[in-house]
Design a protein around this ligand. Structure first.
Ligand SMILES: Cc1cc2nc3c(=O)[nH]c(=O)nc-3n(C[C@H](O)[C@H](O)[C@H](O)COP(=O)(O)OP(=O)(O)OC[C@H]3O[C@@H](n4cnc5c(N)ncnc54)[C@H](O)[C@@H]3O)c2cc1C
Length: 404
């Protein structure tokens, strides 16, 4: 394949697509708006040396593409010690361990028999389970799917919001290592800090123009930008109505994270604040030693409002201090990670799509192929979905080029 391909977006989806295409012999140019690669996979280090994940953190059970990519790039995994699916519910809701275990079994049985699309709330309301356990599962789903239980499909209880003790590691040194590793392989082909502003497309290929006026011509193009911000690019001609509608139907959840350094090491584990819809965890890092930080994740618009994250970390820090009096918090060096105010996403990640939407989103249009976590099918909302969608878009480009 000795053809030119432009890839818009250097998140995991775009980089995975570019990597596949470059390895198949295409001449690739990756155009990224931010001045870094990785998009929502963004790792940082606090002053005390703790590695934090501003976005994607956990590699869930069955997320094989992420694990394989890490191994291919020579990156190890940190087990983290705690378990993503196992959070002690607190907040005066009266959930007992037995009540919760019984409710999870009842939900699993109901999910196995589920037909059609029901919301998490509808499914839980139909079960005869302890009220405290119901509230804990509702909280768990709203946090992990970053939306209201009325909007989240019940199937998420078997996916993103599953309650279990499966290991969910992260990449040693930070998940962004995946993006940095792919970008290193691509070398000068990655252009940072310059968004795609205009794409002219037709039977002869594409012409991409960036915000700075840089222009490139290619035989095909992979659009690996979130559905929410694709309309910031002018298309000439416009995308067909069907594609436009599919992109508009992608729903997004809202989430934020808070990281507070610790003066003293703390036991590893996870606690969920049920009424306020956030959870917090202490985890291990290199050599299984405890990281000197407590990380928190709040999900759903209501949670972000309650914790007043638009005004900074203050209210959340107060709530955390009350929830975890056992931790020696160092709030002066806390870091807050918000995404609703990020101009290249404006939300956290997509809500599980209705049947058929992923296929409509993935369908190429002329020389244009599409990628991103929102096209990740059963792995939507995850690094796994982003990588898989990027690879699928690379295959779609091969089809586009073979026709041209
Ligand atoms: C708070 C939070 C927690 C999360 N936790 C997890 C987790 O624990 N596990 C997990 O697997 N996943 C998690 N995720 C989801 C994961 O981060 C995403 O699914 C994945 O990183 C998305 O990759 P992507 O390539 O599809 O999109 P992005 O990473 O958003 O990449 C798209 C890129 O396109 C760029 N772009 C946008 N517009 C333009 C333009 N016009 N021109 C050029 N470039 C443009 C953006 O700057 C961005 O770099 C989390 C996400 C958030 C926000």
């Amino acid at each position: 394949m000795s053809r030119r391909v432009a890839v818009i977006g250097a998140g995991l989806a775009g980089l995975a697509a570019a990597d596949e295409l470059a390895r198949a012999g295409a001449e690739v140019e990756v155009i990224e708006a931010r001045d870094r690669v990785g998009g929502r996979t963004w790792s940082r280090e606090l002053k005390n040396g703790a590695v934090i994940e501003m976005g994607a953190e956990f590699i869930l059970a069955g997320n094989s593409a992420v694990r394989e990519l890490a191994a291919a790039l020579g990156l190890g995994l940190w087990d983290k010690g705690m378990r993503y699916g196992d959070r002690e519910p607190r907040g005066g809701i009266g959930a007992t361990a037995e009540g919760l275990a019984g409710a999870v079994r009842a939900a699993d049985r109901a999910l196995a028999e589920l037909e059609g699309r029901r919301s998490v709330r509808e499914l839980l309301d139909s079960l005869e389970i302890d009220d405290g356990a119901r509230e804990a599962i509702l909280a768990r789903a709203e946090i992990s799917s970053a939306s209201s239980a009325d909007e989240i499909p019940a199937g998420d209880l078997a996916g993103l919001a599953h309650i279990d003790t499966e290991p969910a590691p992260s990449v040693a040194g930070g998940n962004q290592g995946l993006a940095l590793g792919l970008a290193t392989r691509l070398g000068d082909a990655v252009r940072l800090g310059d968004p795609a502003a205009m794409i002219e497309w037709g039977t002869g290929g594409v012409r991409v123009e960036t915000g700075s006026g840089h222009g490139s011509v290619a035989d095909a193009c992979v659009l690996a930008v979130p559905a929410r911000v694709i309309n910031r690019i002018d298309f000439a001609p416009q995308l067909p109505a069907g594609k436009h509608d599919a992109l508009a139907r992608v729903g997004y959840g809202h989430a934020a994270k808070l990281f507070v350094p610790l003066h003293e090491p703390a036991p590893i584990g996870a606690v969920m604040n049920v009424p306020e819809r956030y959870w917090c965890w202490t985890a291990s890092g290199p050599g299984d030693s405890a990281m000197p930080v407590v990380s928190c994740f709040a999900g759903s618009p209501a949670a972000l409002e309650r914790l007043e994250v638009v005004h900074g970390p203050g209210a959340w820090l107060n709530s955390l201090a009350a929830l975890r009096p056992d931790l020696a918090l160092d709030p002066g060096d806390a870091a807050l990670s918000t995404w609703d105010d990020d101009q290249w996403i404006g939300a956290a990640y997509s809500i599980s799509p209705e049947h058929g939407l992923a296929a409509a989103l993935a369908e190429p249009v002329g020389p244009l192929a599409f990628a991103g976590e929102h096209i990740g099918g059963t792995f939507n909302g995850l690094m796994e979905g982003a990588i898989r969608s990027g690879r699928a878009a690379a295959s779609a480009v091969a089809g586009i080029l073979s026709r041209g």
